[in-house]
Ligand binder design. Sequence first.
Ligand code: ATP
Ligand code: MG
Length: 432
Amino acid sequence: MTIKNPHVLPEQPLLARLQRNLIGIFLISFLLLDGLTFAVTETLFRHDLLVHAQNNMSQIWHKQQDDETQEILHNDFSFRQTSDNFITTWDIAASKHIVQSVAYGPGIPFPLKNIFPFYAYLKPTHHASFVIIKRGSLQILVGTDPLWHNGQFVGWIQSVYSLGEMQIATRVLAKTSLIVAGFMGVLALVLAYGLSKRNIVPIKHALQRQRDFVHNASHELRTPLSIIQTSLELAQEDAQGELKGFIDSSLSEVHYLTRLLTHLQRLAQQDSGILALDYQWFDCAPIIEDVIDAFQEPAKQAQMAIKSQLTNPLMIYADPTLFKELLIILIDNAIKYGQHGGNQITVQSLLSGRTVSIRITDNGKGIPPAVQTRIFERFFRASPQNGHGFGLGLAMAAWIVHMHQAHIHVQSEPYYQTTFTVDFPLPRRGSP
Ligand SMILES: Nc1ncnc2c1ncn2[C@@H]1O[C@H](COP(=O)(O)OP(=O)(O)OP(=O)(O)O)[C@@H](O)[C@H]1O
Ligand SMILES: [Mg+2]
């Protein structure tokens, strides 16, 4: 399994992601509220218009019943047209039902053949009832009312009222709402951005305080540590026997603490983004050899051998200090974890095209596939029982690689071979 280009997640991107999420949450809430308001307004508006249409229709009926029903009844309920609004009457003699169609309102007249088939769907009751029927883009309100003559129920009167007016009004409402919603959307975005920014400020401050503390504490601890280191190194020169052993192990603890402080300081710098890197062309082969030399003693103690296969010279474009730190992290890991089951570490360089690759291989117990994706996370340790550590080395390595637009990948086959490869791109000379 190969893990390539791990995500480096320092606080800046995390905060940006948090802010983006907050904006999303605020925006969705605003838009939902906006949509809900529109839906409620539209429903109330439609309801109002419908009631208005029904009232209108009832008024026309009653007027027509008073003025014209007599005439209809006396005219043998024939099919005829009486006026523009009052189009037809229709007698269904067998069931003694009078069906009257009154077309009224904008969008009228409907062709009669379009209206009559609707009656088939209507089931008149003894109470007035209204049904909305849709035909294509047309909507009509069909009302059914009992018809009385001289106090006697004689049948039904059905009337058709075009809802064209309502449709037009609803369309106007929708258009207006869309414009208002667009405006509200922009307002919501601005508000969401402002609110998210406001909410993130205390988190930013808390992180800043924590970062300052880590930075200051590691800075303050560095001076006494380097005094202890110098004293121990002086004492080491004359020490013998058991005392030398104590001093050696104390020195290795001091080295470990110094490295930890460097990591912590680097992480604080990484999060605040205030580290100015010193990119330059240099031959990295001597630096690699220096680091290998420095690790020869700890490797011997871990019964491991480090060998190098380097191209000489090996020019790269990078920050020399960070490059050295990267190597220290990877070789330190190769010794610390490779010694469990392995005895050999190889540091290799490869030049292909415009890429310089550095490979550090060990033959130790390796990294279980399930956690390979996590080893670059801060504070993650796959095997805490194997030597001490804080799980910061590879997070640092990923950041250093990121700062150089380089790539890091790991390939691990437990108890056979674990290889970390860093690919440095080589810019054209004079271009950066
Ligand atoms: N060469 C390797 N072989 C096996 N496991 C490794 C190797 N390199 C890293 N790991 C695993 O990845 C984990 C993370 O490594 P990392 O260097 O980030 O932290 P650490 O070594 O535990 O602590 P620190 O480097 O902060 O002292 C380690 O705990 C170890 O489980
Ligand atoms: Mg480490």
